[in-house]
Design a protein around this ligand. Structure first.
Ligand SMILES: Cc1ncc(COP(=O)(O)O)c(C=O)c1O
Length: 377
């Protein structure tokens, strides 16, 4: 076989792929490890409600057909629930799929995306895929988003800002008034995404964010540069189905539709999400139980001398500093998976009661090491 080559064109040894992607981190997800307790992915420990499982079984028969590309039923349900027009609601293959689309509609090579850091680990790689430049704005010493510093980091090249609340992996939340002050500093041509993947676990009584409520109010005032993002993966326990949604101004929603992968949100995901919205009481009760468990685990960790910020999510952040990897390795030896961020801390998901007991027992067996004061026991 000969290698085709045009005039003046040396035969290529391999496909000419983008070399600027070489440094992108590879997202590995969890490696299946039977017999371990997985507290490393912020999943729900509960199987989907029985009514959701029944809806899934009922939908199997029609899987020879493509899904409804407009997700009309689910869109209508979400619009009704949040008191907004259907044209402002978009569905995506997980909220991470919508993050990709939000970057696609705002960024070309060289444009800037601002992210708090540390935050959801895939923001930088998704932005890098578009050739965008990522500006990471450090968290405060209290592990919270530094919104004034994020506002100050905006430049003429900034196209997109991610505000993650509760923040993954630290669990800290920002208040509505802090976000409003921040938005007052953001030029109207810069898109701000309020990523609320864990909103259902937040019990902030004073001044809660509720990004959906905020975006709805802003849309009524004609402000079009803020998007609120949520998911069925966490509180609704549908991580395996991949479905998320967002609320935005209609022109933004329209563009999100243009860049969407056709039929990306499958029939099963749509049907399950509609059924899950009908199980609101059950879902709320599960979230309440998990937040109680979160507080039980946090209290025990605080008693043991760990620095654990208040969390509004279904996970806790142990600011373990240089002990992070050793602590995660110790937990792994006890067959418990937690997520280490080397040199920074460990994120542990709130699981089923017995799983949390097992984690606390493992944590209690961790030999305290001097991590420069990070493990203050
Ligand atoms: C802050 C944040 N946003 C978005 C996502 C994506 O969730 P999904 O794609 O499952 O909806 C996650 C998942 O862990 C997350 O932590």
């Amino acid at each position: 076989m000969t290698t085709p080559s045009g005039p003046g064109r040396p035969p290529a040894a391999r496909p000419r792929v983008r070399t600027d992607l070489d440094g992108l981190p590879l997202f590995r997800g969890r490696a299946a490890e039977p017999g371990t307790i997985g507290l490393d992915c912020n999943e729900s420990p509960f199987a989907p409600p029985a009514a959701v499982q029944a809806a899934l079984s009922g939908a199997v028969q029609g899987l020879n057909r493509y899904p409804d590309n407009s997700s009309a039923d689910l869109t209508a349900r979400l619009a009704e629930r949040h008191g907004v027009p259907p044209a402002t609601v978009c569905l995506g293959p997980g909220s991470v799929g919508l993050c990709v689309q939000l970057i696609q509609i705002t960024c070309a090579a060289g444009d800037e995306v601002i992210v708090p850091w540390r935050s959801f680990e895939v923001y930088p790689s998704l932005a890098g895929t578009a050739g965008a430049v990522v500006r990471r704005v450090p968290l405060t010493s209290g592990h919270a988003l530094d919104l004034p510093a994020m506002a100050a980091a905006i430049s003429d090249r900034t196209r997109l800002v991610f505000v993650c609340s509760p923040n993954n992996p630290t669990g800290t939340s920002v208040s509505r008034s802090a976000v409003e002050r921040f938005l007052a500093e953001v030029p109207p041509d810069v898109l701000v995404v309020l990523d609320e993947a864990y909103a259902e676990f937040t019990e902030q009584e004073a001044d809660p964010l509720d990004g959906f409520g905020l975006v709805r109010d802003l849309l009524r005032q004609g402000r079009t540069n803020v998007v609120a993002l949520r998911t069925f993966s966490k509180a609704y326990g549908l991580a395996g189905l991949r479905i998320g949604y967002c609320l935005s101004a209609p022109p933004v929603a329209e563009l999100l539709g243009r860049v969407a992968v056709p039929y990306a949100v499958g029939t099963l995901a749509q049907r399950a999400a509609v059924a899950a919205l009908d199980c609101e009481r059950e879902v709320r009760e599960r979230c309440r139980h998990l937040t109680e468990e979160r507080e039980r685990v946090r209290a025990a960790l605080l008693d043991a001398g760990w620095d654990v910020p208040v969390s509004g999510a279904n996970f806790l952040w142990l600011a373990a500093g240089s002990a992070a990897e050793a602590f995660a390795a110790h937990c792994r030896e006890q067959r418990i998976l937690v997520r280490a961020f080397p040199g920074e801390g460990v994120r542990v998901t709130v699981g089923a009661d017995t799983e949390n007991d097992a984690f606390l027992a493992a944590a209690a067996r961790f030999a305290p090491i001097d991590a420069g004061g990070a493990v203050g026991r």
